[in-house]
Design a protein around this ligand. Structure first.
Ligand code: AMP
Ligand code: GLY
Length: 422
């Protein structure tokens, strides 16, 4: 079978790598992909119709959508109209990520625990709500803002500044309305599950590290590293998540008539009242995928096809007992302005040590060197039989890689070691 992956970041590289390992897959295409994804054929198209034409003429048997933007823009709708097998929710269902207020309303109607919140269409409304509630409080741009539209404000002034920023147009139309919500406290985890409309099948748990600085300080980013499994999600927590989040999610999709055949990612926070949902994403997490997929022993192509064809009921997934850690290496300045074009060295050495190196913001210069071209540049994943050993192995590989201004957090996974006291 030939497969096509939409996207070109670290998550898509991990998907491509795992699909290449499938006995069913002979060719992996990626649009637009990255020239550093080994063995992957990169293609590029102007729009969804052209892409669908390509898939049809090439006889590609499965398309997997990585990022949220094409899902929200209706790529799946275009493909399904043409009878093509595509992994991902349609545009109506993708609003669960595309609109925070839509997601909040879905959670409220289907009894999924989440932070108390208010949807505000004007800055005056938002500011008056914030003044009534007091701080700490969380301000979120309603639409897609590449993971940067959320401010956890310690003071009322900070919250008001966040509202001003949203309405200033910085996030485009995404900031035309805001969700203001109660600030929850607890350990976070990423719960990513396959959904075929009839069955919901969770993948292994993981934890992301959203902030740029060590000990979870500084600005929010797309994610600076992840590990899997996350010890905070023990058996009792899985049961609570299944009962209060996953099952109600599936029931909610059925009751609302949402065509959901893809992956749902619930950002969970474990509060004293139990797990609550901070956000839904309608796609695989990045960098969680780079930590989860290396532990998956089952065939990914078969798993994704089973999702599209609504055969998940009969599927069980096999996981390696090992822990996996992915450390994101970023360009100097990220998540603000960052440099591009620096030559990266040491990737081969890191791979020879047994690490997996997933390309995100990289490219090639005219001499064929691998260079930086984005904020999050690489994800380096190591596996070992315990989390502390996986951390050690991953950082040994990370230290082999360098470019001018390379930055990475040195504490990825540490919280997981504290959680289980090893
Ligand atoms: P989101 O994109 O909605 O997941 O928000 C990004 C990050 O902001 C989350 O991973 C949390 O660390 C934090 N966050 C979001 N909502 C809340 C909340 N209600 N209370 C506390 N922290 C939050
Ligand atoms: N790692 C966070 C996300 O994928 O949204």
């Amino acid at each position: 079978m030939q497969v096509l992956i939409i996207g070109g970041g670290g998550r898509e590289h991990a998907l491509a790598w795992k699909l290449q390992a499938s006995a069913q897959v002979d060719t992996v295409y990626c649009a637009p992909g990255n020239p550093n994804m080994r063995g992957v054929r990169c293609v590029d198209f102007e729009d969804h119709d052209q892409l669908a034409e390509f898939v049809k003429s090439q006889g590609i048997g499965l398309t997997v959508v990585g990022p949220e933007a094409p899902l929200c823009a209706g790529l799946v709708d275009v493909f399904r109209r043409r009878g093509l097998a595509v992994f991902g929710p349609n545009a109506a269902a993708a609003r669960l990520e595309g609109s925070k207020s839509f997601a909040k309303d879905f959670m409220r109607r289907h009894g999924i625990p989440t932070a108390a919140s208010a949807f505000c269409r004007t800055r005056a409304e938002a500011i008056s709500y914030i003044r009534r509630q007091g701080a700490p409080i969380v301000v979120k741009a309603d639409g897609l803002a590449a993971g940067k539209g959320v401010t956890v404000a310690e003071t009322v002034d900070q919250a008001v500044a966040a509202v001003e920023m949203c309405f200033s147009g910085r996030f485009g139309a995404a900031g035309d309305a805001v969700v203001v919500e109660e600030c929850l406290v607890g350990e976070e985890a990423s719960i990513i599950a396959l959904v075929d409309g009839r069955t919901i099948l969770p993948l292994a748990s993981s934890q992301d590290h959203k902030r740029i600085g060590e000990n979870d300080t500084g600005s929010n980013t797309g994610g600076m590293g992840a590990y899997s499994p996350a010890p905070v999600v023990d058996d009792a927590m899985w049961e609570a998540i299944d009962r209060h989040v996953l099952k109600p999610f599936l029931r909610g999709c059925q009751e609302d008539g949402l065509d959901y055949r893809g992956v749902i990612y619930a950002g969970i926070i474990v509060t004293s009242e139990g797990p609550k949902v901070l956000e839904f994403n309608v796609r695989f997490g990045d960098p969680e995928t780079q930590a989860i997929l290396p532990r998956l022993q089952s065939d990914l192509a078969e798993t994704l096809l089973a999702t599209v064809e609504q055969r998940l009921e009969n599927l069980t997934l096999q996981w390696a007992e090992d822990s996996a850690v992915c450390v994101v290496m970023a360009a100097d300045g990220y998540p603000s302005d960052y440099r591009r074009g620096d030559i990266i060295t040491g990737i081969g050495q890191a791979e020879r040590q047994g690490a997996l190196v997933f390309h995100a913001g990289t490219g090639k210069n005219q001499s064929g060197d691998t260079v930086t071209s984005g904020g999050r540049v690489l994800g380096v994943t190591g596996l070992d039989r315990s989390l502390p050993r996986a951390i050690e192995k991953t950082y040994a590989a990370v230290r082999q890689i360098d470019w001018s201004g390379a930055y990475y957090r040195r504490d990825i996974g540490r919280r997981g070691c504290q959680a289980r006291n090893d």
